[in-house]
Design a protein around this ligand. Structure first.
Ligand SMILES: [Zn+2]
Length: 310
């Protein structure tokens, strides 16, 4: 790649272990461990084989993970409403925390590959080198990554290529022109490379039906909009709007962030997801907040469906 402004992934740094990222993801407030945690502590552990996951799904009233379910039961039961396992879909997707401010997409890919029982750290790093995945990771890069591992996928987006309108968005401004060329080439070569890309609109019902079959998805959201109902986050006041009224002072700036979808509540529709900013939790948000975050200007409504039978 001739892009002079790009740095190769700091593989040596990755090998040495975790580093404190230079920036935090706005709105996600990751709690970086004071002491460095060995990278392996978050990246190792036996993955469930697809056959085991399929067995767990078929032998239960609904797709759910027994141990993870217990956590959700506690959360929900604390609110006074006992739930049965068939009330929600909750897939055993492991959480893997991102290492830097820029690699949430790679952390999501790792989670998905481990869920599929296909994560091999060395092979993953080789893939990053081969695909030249640098500090700017687009959804199309993740689709190529899935293809590299032979994982069945379908990337849905509103824009096949780069939306010129993003040029002046602060999030995209840096290296826009070089990236535009690179990303447009990836789209152009997708079919020949057997990367599945479609321009299409996806409904939340489509997403839930996908999850109900044990499949997962990586979604691009505006992290300034996404709000987890399980994580306590302080209310931010920026004006004197009366209590309970929405503030229109300022639309939240676009901050692209990838998350992994892993289930939903059948009664409320709430979406369960892993946020790579955190190492230790599953997050949950309402359908309306999820829809707002993923359709926010800047996301192109990118969603990468990944299939269990890969
Ligand atoms: Zn959360």
């Amino acid at each position: 790649m001739e892009g002079a402004g790009f740095q190769r992934p700091d593989l040596e740094g990755i090998r040495r272990g975790l580093r404190r990222p230079r920036h935090r993801l706005p709105g996600s407030e990751p709690r970086w461990p004071r002491r460095r945690r060995r990278r392996n502590s978050t990246l190792t552990g036996r993955a469930l084989r697809p056959a085991e996951i399929a067995a767990a799904i078929s032998s239960r009233p609904g797709p759910w993970a027994p141990c993870a379910t217990r956590v959700m039961r506690t959360e929900v039961e604390a609110a006074g409403q006992p739930l049965e396992p068939e009330d929600f879909v909750q897939l055993p997707v492991p959480t893997i925390q991102q290492l830097y401010h820029w690699d949430c997409g790679l952390a999501c890919s790792r989670m998905v590959l481990r869920y599929l029982g296909q994560l091999d750290d060395r092979e993953f790093e080789n893939a990053l080198q081969e695909l030249q995945l640098t500090r700017s990771i687009w959804t199309i890069d993740l689709a190529y990554l899935m293809r590299h591992f032979g994982v069945r996928h379908r990337f849905c987006t509103q824009t096949l290529g780069v939306d010129k309108g993003y040029k002046n968005q602060s999030f995209y401004r840096k290296h826009f022109d070089t990236e535009e060329t690179r990303v447009n080439q990836l789209f152009a070569q997708a079919k020949a490379c057997k990367v599945q890309v479609e321009k299409c609109t996806v409904s939340v019902q489509d997403i839930q039906a996908h999850l109900a079959q044990g499949h997962v998805a990586i979604v691009l959201v505006n992290s300034g909009v996404l709000h987890c109902e399980l994580c306590s986050s302080p209310v931010k006041y920026c004006c004197f709007t009366p209590r309970g009224h929405r503030c229109f002072c300022r639309a939240p700036d676009y901050q692209g962030h990838f998350i992994v979808l892993r289930g939903y509540n059948r009664a409320t529709g709430c979406i369960f997801y892993n946020n790579p900013a955190y190492a230790d939790r599953m997050c949950s948000t309402s359908i309306s907040n999820f829809e707002e975050a993923r359709t926010s200007y800047g996301t192109d409504e990118d969603i990468l469906f990944v299939y269990l039978d890969s």
